[in-house]
Design a protein around this ligand. Structure first.
Ligand code: ADP
Ligand code: ZN
Length: 528
């Protein structure tokens, strides 16, 4: 119509509405886009689902030349490109899935200025051949996605990301924008230093996801607990269930299916066509529960995921936060639920100790696990602890299990001393290696083949722990592990007194532990 200013130059806001169909920018998007539009550099820390993509897509469309998007997720590139093409943006990718001719065609389009956004992996970008190509093209900006991959102490380090520092010298006049959903202080510092972005403006979003209710409960019969959680609170809802192994992905999916939940498996070992179909069904149909390894989810954009459940302990808080962040992107009440138990702690320790990699790498993995455990065992607000991990102070949230139902505490000093004494006796007098089963046998004075054979009943600690049930002992041991009072070491996860055992053994401290909450007591929070 006559009133429309058809010829006015497009602005970030007009692109937002005309191309992407949204009315307004969210959070810091507008400020970030302004910074990049004016040729400045930006380091962007924004939680999963916060809307990072538009921060480089819009400047790539508006600025002269092509925006180069560096991403480690080769498998997702074709989907990302297809999504952009669907809204009329000229996008392409360069990766090993293209044959020679296809790659050549993309390169020609790039040189001809016919592409707005070009995706590639870092190892491709830093090839001398690629850098030459880019020098001959007009580049609007470099967007370095998943920038935490440059952090050597992070949970997702990729050596190729270090090579991206060459961009600072090779293209001094092209603005760079680095983006990540990981916002620990050390990762932030490493991104700035290693990518040589000392002149960048920093945009740190609020990491809180107030609509997500965090709940972590002791695992007893994990799958039963999961089923109860889904059927009582999320019947018919879309959700993601994370498991550690491919095997447990498959058995859990089958089992849920058998119990009336529309569940589909997803892991890297499945046939590509099956994987694709399951992902598509999850995205398109309503109320599908996808059971997956952590291979699932990066780049998946489904706004109405109502719950994310963990049946196994994540390896780090970053991982946990990223995975749970896939719930409730639409802002409606959602649940992050997890069951974890003694076995998880011992297994993960064992995996780390068995793993390849340097001493430093192992120490790093252990410290990631320890902070994850501390979150699981905390008796105060989980959100406060999560956000503090990301450098953000906050007040108790009222929408996590510990806020809604503060755990009861009990004085466990004497039981802890008994357990530690038992570990010490077993090592001293039997010099054998023990897992938790044998320790409970001794504490409870349980005669069976393994205890009789090892003459455990002759030990002075035999049967000193009959005041607690095995389940209670498991809870004690799990909490002692999480606090470093007991440690699981070596290939077999042998239990030994940990670095914090001394004061407990000597009676210098009172040790208060939490009474395990009843499994899946639904904690109904008010959406905030
Ligand atoms: P991130 O990469 O930070 O995880 P995305 O860029 O994938 O997040 O965006 C998450 C979702 O939010 C997408 O569906 C996206 O289209 C949507 N989105 C982003 N910005 C806006 C906005 N300003 N208004 C409405 N929706 C938006
Ligand atoms: Zn809370």
């Amino acid at each position: 119509t006559a009133t429309q200013t058809v010829d006015a130059a497009p602005t970030p806001l007009s692109v937002l509405s005309d191309v992407f169909g949204y009315d307004e920018f969210r959070g810091e998007q507008a400020a970030i886009i302004d910074q990049v539009m004016s040729g400045g550099e930006a380091v962007v820390l924004m939680p999963t689902g916060g809307g990072k993509s538009l921060c480089y897509q819009i400047p790539s469309i508006l600025r002269e030349g092509t925006g180069i998007v560096v991403s480690p997720l080769i498998a997702l590139m074709s989907d990302q490109v297809a999504a952009l093409e669907a809204v009329g943006i000229r996008a392409a990718f360069l990766n090993s899935s293209l044959d020679f001719q296809e790659a050549q065609a993309v390169e020609q389009q790039l040189l001809a200025g016919e592409i707005d956004l070009l995706y590639m992996a870092p190892e491709r970008l830093i090839l001398p051949r690629t850098l030459d190509l880019l020098r001959r093209a007009q580049i609007a900006l470099f967007a370095i996605d998943e920038a935490h991959c440059v952090a050597q102490w992070g949970h997702d380090f990729r050596p190729d990301y270090l090579g991206l520092s060459v961009l600072a010298d090779a293209f001094p006049n092209v603005p760079r924008i680095a983006l990540t959903a990981t916002a620990t202080r050390s990762t932030h510092r490493e991104i700035t230093e290693r990518l040589r972005m000392e002149n960048a403006a920093h945009f740190v979003s609020n990491f809180d996801r107030p609509n997500i209710q965090y709940r972590i409960e002791p695992k007893d019969r994990g799958r039963d607990q999961l089923l109860k959680f889904i059927s009582t609170e999320h019947d018919g809802d879309a959700g993601i269930v994370y498991c550690l192994s491919r095997k447990s992905v498959e058995t859990t999916a089958e089992w849920l299916e058998k119990h009336g939940v529309a569940a589909l498996p997803y892991h890297a070992g499945l046939d590509a066509a099956v994987r694709h179909e399951n992902q598509e069904r999850f995205l398109r149909e309503e109320g599908i529960v996808i059971v997956a390894t952590i291979a699932f989810g990066m780049g998946i954009d489904k706004p109405d995921v109502r719950f994310v459940a963990h049946l196994d302990l994540p390896k780090s808080i970053e991982g946990y936060y990223q995975e749970t962040g896939r719930a409730g992107r639409d802002g409606l009440p959602s649940t992050a639920w997890m069951a974890y138990g003694l076995g998880d702690v011992v297994n993960q320790r064992r995996l780390i100790d068995r793993g390849e990699g340097s001493e430093l790498h192992m120490r790093n993995a252990r410290s990631h696990l320890d902070t994850m455990l501390a979150l699981c065992e905390t008796v105060s607000c989980r959100r406060v602890q999560l956000l503090r991990y990301f450098g953000q102070e906050s007040e108790p949230c009222g929408n996590c299990d510990t806020c809604l139902k503060p755990p009861k505490m009990w004085d466990a000093t004497v039981p802890a001393q008994k357990l530690l004494s038992t570990l010490i006796r077993l090592h001293r007098e039997r010099s054998q290696q023990f897992g938790s089963g044998k320790i409970f046998d001794v504490l409870l004075g349980r005669e069976n083949e393994r205890s009789v054979e090892s003459r455990h009943h002759e030990l002075s600690v035999w049967g000193i722990g009959t005041e607690l049930t095995e389940r209670e002992w498991r809870s004690v041991l799990r909490q002692l592990l999480a606090r470093g009072i007991v440690e699981a070491v070596g290939d077999y996860g042998v239990l030994v007194p940990g670095p914090n055992a001394g004061p407990v053994l000597r009676g210098e401290v009172t040790l208060d532990l939490a009474v395990d909450r009843a499994p899946t007591s639904p904690a109904r929070g008010r959406p905030r």
